[in-house]
Design a protein around this ligand. Structure first.
Ligand SMILES: Cc1cc2nc3c(=O)[nH]c(=O)nc-3n(C[C@H](O)[C@H](O)[C@H](O)COP(=O)(O)OP(=O)(O)OC[C@H]3O[C@@H](n4cnc5c(N)ncnc54)[C@H](O)[C@@H]3O)c2cc1C
Length: 439
């Protein structure tokens, strides 16, 4: 494989793959450099012959009906199924059927819209909101759980922007890709036409207008490259940029300062496989289970698929508390939470537990966190980070999505395509256009 291309793309998550597709369509020669030995980045599906359903260690849901995903799925004939079933809540020692989370937080967003005359944290909004204590608990659990954010940090203006996008794509509905999220990654890969270098950890990007040199090494430290091109699109996660894992010469100071103004949220999710679905007689048709205040405040089953599997989700402060912890300790905490919720003895749950699946995205050197969110006062940071520099160097990924879909798969696809088009525009006429990054 030659080390020269028209464009280098760093990172083979969905943003990088979607961008590569755009460059290839424009007739450019593209080389993708990816640190892992697999594609998909924060989409990480396990196919275990012992499981009736694919297990997701990263992204699992399609939030709403975004064209970025539905169009790819339709072209590749991927089955998408909508979640249904019942939501249940564990509060004050009781397990009860509950409304959908989205229904419960509707009034919170109405008040937020009126209150947001300036940017403030969600906590500041809550402190002054006319909401009953239960609603505040629900809303906090939703905001921290969905955005992987701290309530005293996340920007209310960004939440309102996200909510508009959620309504646009019918984000109150959720779907899964039947064969696993990794089939979307495969469908995005421009097969046969893209040059891909796996196990290539990029450590340095040297650039000047119209010329780029990228230094990389294998995961065992063996130097590879240098790779040369006319431009480079860097799609590594925000956490990787924030921790200066890649050195840029010269430093794109404005973009890197913008990256530091955003936040990388934490998530610990663990999927537990049991011998039997012991919850079915206690919480029939269980889809989501909310247990605000407990170490794992959100749970779900694979419903409507039938499998004796529960996924535990701890995000934001709950995720931070568990980041880096020993897997067995995390599983023990999850099972002891289940003991409480379902009123079962420890020995019984342990006897039913067959296996668990998890991945710590916080300690993973190629993600360094789960996904991004916007803290108070940083509403412009995604845009600054997304802006191509001298038509030569650009950043893209879920953290540069400008339409309120940051932190999602469809947001990352949209941002990757947008960045590629911006670089192509600069190439063709040296002109910028467009305000959002909807592809
Ligand atoms: C636990 C979890 C649950 C999630 N759940 C959902 C969900 O249900 N629905 C949803 O829509 N979204 C969800 N997300 C978010 C979604 O996964 C991401 O927004 C999306 O996959 C990001 O794509 P990306 O291309 O921007 O980044 P990534 O997928 O992270 O791709 C970046 C690539 O860069 C590579 N890289 C990093 N450093 C280097 C380097 N130095 N050199 C070369 N390559 C490097 C990485 O290995 C990676 O492959 C979840 C994320 C997590 C972590």
């Amino acid at each position: 494989m030659t080390n020269h291309a028209d464009v280098l793309v760093v990172g083979a998550g969905v943003a990088g793959l979607a961008a590569a597709g755009e460059f290839l369509s424009a007739g450019l020669d593209v080389l993708i450099l990816e640190a892992r030995d697999r594609l998909g980045g924060r989409i990480y599906t396990v196919h275990d012959p012992m499981m009736a359903v694919p297990v997701e260690l990263g992204a699992e849901f399609v939030h709403g009906m975004p064209r970025e995903i539905f169009d790819i799925a339709a072209a590749a004939r991927l089955g998408i199924c909508e979640l249904d079933g019942e939501s249940w809540t564990y509060r004050r020692g009781r397990l009860v059927r509950s409304a959908e989370l989205f229904e419960s937080i509707g009034p919170v967003f109405e008040q937020m819209r009126e209150a947001a005359t300036y940017d403030m944290s969600f906590q500041e909004f809550l402190d002054h909101a006319d909401l009953d204590p239960d609603t505040k608990i629900w809303a906090t659990s939703y905001v921290e759980g969905f955005n992987a954010a701290r309530r005293e940090r996340i920007s209310v203006l960004s939440l309102l922007e996200d909510e508009e996008e959620t309504r646009r794509v019918h984000g109150d509905r959720a779907f899964r890709i039947f064969s696993g999220y990794d089939s979307l990654v495969q469908a995005l890969l421009p097969t046969g036409r893209v040059r891909l270098h796996l196990n290539a950890v990029v450590s340095e990007v040297r650039w000047r207008p119209g010329h780029v040199e990228v230094i990389a090494h294998s995961r065992t430290g063996h130097p590879i490259g240098p790779f040369k091109a006319e431009r480079v699109l860097v799609t590594v996660p925000l956490g990787v940029l924030q921790q200066n894992a890649i050195r840029f010469v010269p430093e794109p100071a404005e973009a890197l300062a913008a990256a530091l103004r955003l936040e990388m949220g934490s998530v610990i999710r663990v999927t537990l496989r049991f011998r039997e679905a012991f919850w079915e007689d206690r919480a029939p048709r269980l889809s989501f289970l909310h247990s605000p205040g407990l170490a794992f405040p959100t749970w779900w089953t694979p419903h409507p698929a039938i499998a004796p599997v529960l996924t535990a989700w701890a995000a934001g402060p709950n995720g931070e508390a568990l980041a880096g912890a020993d897997e067995k300790a995390i599983v023990d905490l999850a099972t002891s939470t289940l003991e409480k919720i379902f009123g079962m003895g420890r020995a019984h749950i342990e006897d039913l537990l067959e296996y668990w699946y998890m991945h710590d995205w916080q300690t993973d050197p190629f993600s360094r966190g789960a996904y991004s969110y916007v803290p108070v006062g940083a509403l412009d940071a995604r845009r600054t980070l997304a802006e191509p520099i001298e038509g030569t160097l650009a950043f893209a990924g879920e953290a540069t999505c400008l339409e309120g879909a940051g932190g999602s798969v469809h947001g990352a696809i949209s941002a990757g395509r947008w960045a590629a088009r911006r670089l192509l525009e600069k190439l063709e006429c040296g002109q910028a256009s467009g305000s959002g990054n909807k592809a």
